[in-house]
Ligand binder design. Structure first.
Ligand code: NIG
Ligand code: FE
Length: 408
């Protein structure tokens, strides 16, 4: 038995179970062999597990301790810069107009194809550093800026390498069906994804999920279904970008194929919410995307009414350039009306369900010790103090991985 860490003197420790947040005041957390051995009253915990005996004694006096964030939807691996599109959007250009002119995703595809593996790896590692400093301990990363077999495989290999090199856990998703490459027809490209890319991705053996951009002008429902069903035939679990820019039917498709999550849902209806909840598909909201597009936010109420475990993610990508789950939580509260406790649950335990890591994002006894110490008295301060990073210390599986500096 190794006493990895004792986090003591906390003003509040938050654990997240099926029934929501539980807060302990004047509390401590003891970590043994990478797992939470005890959470509770500071006096009792530190008598049983003296901080002086621990590899890391973390002084959390006056602070709150939360489960590490799980960011279940990102496109964090890419090359190039699209900050000029940010300015164009502010002048009134739409996302679809930019894409139709060969900008947007297609521009990132050109830059990513040209970048060597080392550049791609350095880019991803630097984003993971920033995410970790913001309290994220598990993140999903999609391929999808290759749109050809060679670059898609290269992206997945870089994602796998970053996972091995970095303390943040990385969940790999294949998204060859992220856009239709320039000068290609959607049906022909879907055939390439199904007949060429997916078998190669399965043979490579890295990807866990297969995702598709089910959207007007990108992949329709039939094409998206083909991709997700072929992915399943190759052992990849479906995920779907659904109802992001229009209402097309991605949610119903996600429910039918038993996707782990359906993401975006800006234009989802009550029926969509019910179908997803009935099928056990986790709804993932990406309020940063609505923020960056200047669009209407998704309505979480039908999903909450249906009893679904609503999750929140950053959607970090060149169009939505935020790596901060704290900011996503703040937007979920202010713009989507989630209560702070609901938003924190959405960013931790429920987000973990969206990537099928049910043991993460909980901080309950017997679960992995992924936690963030924030310089504030309670979890409410995470969304309340928007636009700032309150995270001071992060433990991943009980290891000290951030204390003002990333340790990797
Ligand atoms: O989730 N919707 C498609 N993919 C991303 C955007 C990617 C990009 O613009 O580069 C999204 O919003
Ligand atoms: Fe996305």
């Amino acid at each position: 038995m190794s006493l990895d860490a004792v986090v003591y003197g906390a003003r509040e420790v938050v654990t997240v179970g099926e029934d929501g947040l539980k807060t302990y005041e004047d509390a401590a957390v003891a970590v043994v062999d990478g797992e939470v051995a005890r959470v509770g009253d500071a006096g009792a915990v530190t008598r049983e597990f003296p901080p002086a005996d621990a590899d890391h004694a973390v002084d959390a006096r006056g602070k709150a301790v939360l489960p590490g964030f799980v960011d279940p939807h990102t496109h964090a691996l890419f090359a190039g810069d699209r900050s000029d599109e940010f300015a164009a959007k502010l002048r009134g250009k739409t996302y679809q107009e930019i894409l139709a002119e060969g900008g947007g995703i297609l521009r990132t595809v050109r830059a990513t194809r040209k970048a060597d593996d080392r550049t791609l790896l350095e880019n991803l590692l630097s984003h993971l550093d920033r995410m970790l400093a913001y309290g994220t301990t598990t993140v999903e990363v999609k391929s999808g800026y290759g749109l050809d077999t060679e670059t898609e495989l290269r992206m997945l290999a870089v994602i796998d390498r970053a996972d091995a090199l970095h303390p943040v856990d990385v969940v790999p998703t294949f998204m060859g069906a992220h856009a239709v490459p320039e000068d290609r027809d959607a049906d022909a490209y879907v055939a390439e994804v199904v007949d060429e890319q997916l078998p190669a991705v399965a043979e490579q053996g890295i990807a866990e999920y297969c995702d598709v951009f089910c959207e007007e002008g990108v992949f329709d429902v039939a094409q998206s279904r083909r991709v997700l069903e072929a992915g399943e035939d190759h052992g990849l679990t479906p995920k779907v970008h659904a109802e992001e820019l229009s209402h097309l039917g991605g949610s119903q498709l996600g429910a039918e194929v038993g996707a782990t999550s359906a993401d975006h849902l800006l234009y989802a209806t009550e029926e969509d919410a019910e179908a997803l909840a009935d099928a056990g598909v986790v709804p993932v909201f990406l309020p940063g995307t609505a923020f960056s597009l200047g669009a209407e936010y998704a309505d979480p109420d039908p999903f909450l009414d249906a009893g679904a475990p609503v999750a929140v993610a950053t959607d970090f990508n060149p169009n939505c350039h935020s790596r901060s789950m704290g900011f996503a939580v703040a937007l979920a509260c202010v713009e989507m009306g989630l209560a702070p406790a609901t938003a924190v649950q959405a960013a931790t335990r429920n987000a973990a369900l969206a990537v099928d890591r049910p043991e993460r994002g909980r901080l309950q006894e017997g679960t992995p010790a992924d936690l963030a110490v924030v310089d504030a008295p309670s979890h409410v301060h995470v969304p309340y103090t928007f636009g700032e990073n309150l995270v001071e210390t992060v433990l991943k599986d009980g290891e000290l991985v951030y204390d003002g500096e990333v340790r990797r």
